[in-house]
Design a protein around this ligand. Structure first.
Ligand code: 16G
Length: 241
């Protein structure tokens, strides 16, 4: 399994071996890996080499360490392409996962000034403030807060937000969501976010802000989402022309 005569670094060979076991399903999410010492003895390599391979795999999201317990195989991350303007419901269905929502609140508030600017409405105009935990196969993936002008998008109910907002806007109201601008940045989970996402406080998260627009340029939503960084990654295809 490890070829000491090969010019390929030993840590890299071990890393690739472990990756293959994960990809073939021989090591599954939640499985614990043998201790560094055991690998070192089995392959007659140094513990430093084993540690280097483990660290690489931790950095790439294949493994994670739990203090005092050992090293475990991680859940695979969901890869989200940034090409199309899609909804959470569509994204999950496209992956064969069951989309779900747990509603934290649905209320109408007077638009705070920052939200009114983003939605191009007067300050204090009524806006829906919708906070949901978004689930994939019942597992919390993101915590999402939508702000939507209540004069523009009417009739949002609990039933609608438990399903799909985009489906309501497009199929029921016959409006077409046309474009969006999105910012993605890294952050760490607050106590509240950690509780809802079932992660530990301070765990890495991806903070996403999306401003979506109708065809005529009217802002239709401003959304703040907090995604679990251990379960999500984003992919973008680029062309140099
Ligand atoms: C996604 C969008 C969010 C949109 C929601 C609608 C991101 C970062 N955000 O979560 O802006 O409001 O989908 O989902 O992708 P729904 O139609 O399933 O309610």
């Amino acid at each position: 399994m490890i070829n000491k005569n090969s010019p390929i670094p030993l840590y890299y060979q071990l890393e690739e071996n472990i990756k293959q076991l994960i990809e073939k399903g021989e090591l599954r999410p939640g499985d614990s890996l043998p201790a560094e010492r055991e690998y070192a003895e089995k392959y007659q390599i140094s513990r430093m080499t084993v540690r280097q391979a483990f660290t690489q795999l931790v950095n790439e999201g294949y493994l994670h360490r739990i203090q005092g317990k050992g090293t475990f195989v991680s859940e695979r991350k969901i890869e989200q392409t940034l090409q199309g303007l899609t909804s959470f419901t569509e994204d999950m269905k496209a992956r064969g996962l069951e989309p779900g929502s747990e509603l934290i609140h649905l209320k109408i508030i007077p638009a705070p000034s920052q939200i009114s600017l983003l939605l191009s409405i007067p300050e204090d105009d009524p806006v829906y403030d919708i906070k949901r935990i978004r689930l994939a196969d019942g597992v919390p993936m993101a915590l999402e807060t939508n702000y939507i002008s209540a004069n523009l998008i009417k009739g949002i109910t609990e039933q609608i937000v438990n399903q799909s907002l985009y489906a309501h806007i497009e199929n029921q109201l016959n409006l077409s969501i046309d474009s969006a601008s999105q910012i993605i940045e890294s952050s760490i989970a607050s106590l509240d976010e950690a509780k809802y996402l079932k992660i530990t406080k301070g765990a890495p998260v991806l903070l996403i802000q999306r401003n979506s627009f109708l065809k005529d340029g009217t802002p239709v939503e401003f959304v703040k989402s907090v995604y679990r960084a251990d379960r999500y990654k984003f992919m973008i295809q680029m062309k140099r022309s």
